[in-house]
Design a protein around this ligand. Structure first.
Ligand code: KIV
Length: 277
């Protein structure tokens, strides 16, 4: 398997000041479309708990769910690098479990890297997974698996102590061996300081323009998920409306017997047909 975009490409892009593109995907068809559109990296995010499974947080997602969706995405992707999220509790219990779960996402899920949430407190897990030859992406700021600790999906890093902690987290993750760090929902100028403080690229979502790359949840970008609408989302299409119009037209045509037409049906020889009556 040789991919156009790899962990090396992440580091090279930062060196060349070229912005990195990343979007989420959870299934074969969407992954294929994103890959054919030239997206460099695809995150099989545990956001699937919300936008695919319909939960109100990411906390219910399991390692088996991640593997199922990573495998589907991998079948559709030729060039983009695939990063599989480590779900809640898959890297919190012990170093051994963290390595095993990360390994399953790579071996069974066919991802090329894993992502996990947290800073200094997960450094031991990052080091151990890296030592097992698995590339790791960090994720700090509004880490959705901590929603109950944060008391909701709230912007992080607005106060001095919180902001300083995030800078220290980023440096600790870099030292532990991550190849990139997602910065979610933090002030733009804090993201700038973090981006300038580490040699690995930062990938922003709600973290402003100074990050080395950007990621969005594809369902948000395409207007296919309306339960939450964070300020940082730019909706590039309204596929919900397009889909609803198409479905209404289909239902009307079924009722009025305009669909299916002759070109959608299969024929049978008259000689065979006559024997059936
Ligand atoms: O799960 C996810 O999709 C993510 C992105 C929002 C970064 O972690």
């Amino acid at each position: 398997m040789s991919k156009n975009f790899t962990v090396t490409s992440f580091l090279n892009a930062k060196g060349k000041k070229e912005k990195i593109t990343m979007l989420t995907a959870y299934d074969y068809s969407m992954a294929k479309i994103l890959d054919e559109s030239g997206i460099e990296s695809i995150l099989v995010g545990d956001s699937l708990g919300m936008v695919v499974q319909g939960y109100n947080s990411t906390l219910e997602v399991t390692v088996d769910d991640m593997i199922y969706h990573c495998r589907a995405v991998a079948r559709g992707v030729k060039n983009a690098m695939i990063i599989g999220d480590m779900p809640f509790l898959s890297y919190h219990i012990s170093v051994e479990e963290s390595i095993r779960n990360a390994g399953r996402i790579i071996q069974e899920g066919k991802a090329q890297a894993v992502k996990l949430e947290g800073g200094i407190e997960v450094v031991d897990k990052v080091k151990a997974i890296r030592a097992a030859q698995i590339p790791v992406m960090g994720h700090i700021g509004l880490t959705p698996q901590s929603v109950n600790v944060f008391g909701g999906f709230k912007v992080q890093g607005r106060h001095v102590e919180q902001a300083q902690k995030l800078i220290e987290d980023a440096k600790a993750l870099e030292t532990a061996g991550v190849f990139a760090i997602v910065l979610e929902a933090i002030p733009e100028n804090l993201a700038k300081i973090i981006t300038e403080s580490v040699n690995v690229p930062t990938i922003g979502i709600g973290a402003g323009k100074y990050c080395d790359g950007q990621v969005l949840v594809t369902n948000d970008l395409l207007g296919m998920y309306s339960d939450l609408s964070p300020k940082f989302v730019k909706q590039y299409a309204n596929l919900s409306e397009v889909i609803k119009e198409a479905v209404k037209q289909y239902a009307n045509e079924v009722k009025s017997v305009e669909f299916p037409e002759a070109k959608h049906a299969f024929s049978i020889e008259d000689s065979v047909l006559s024997k059936l009556y």
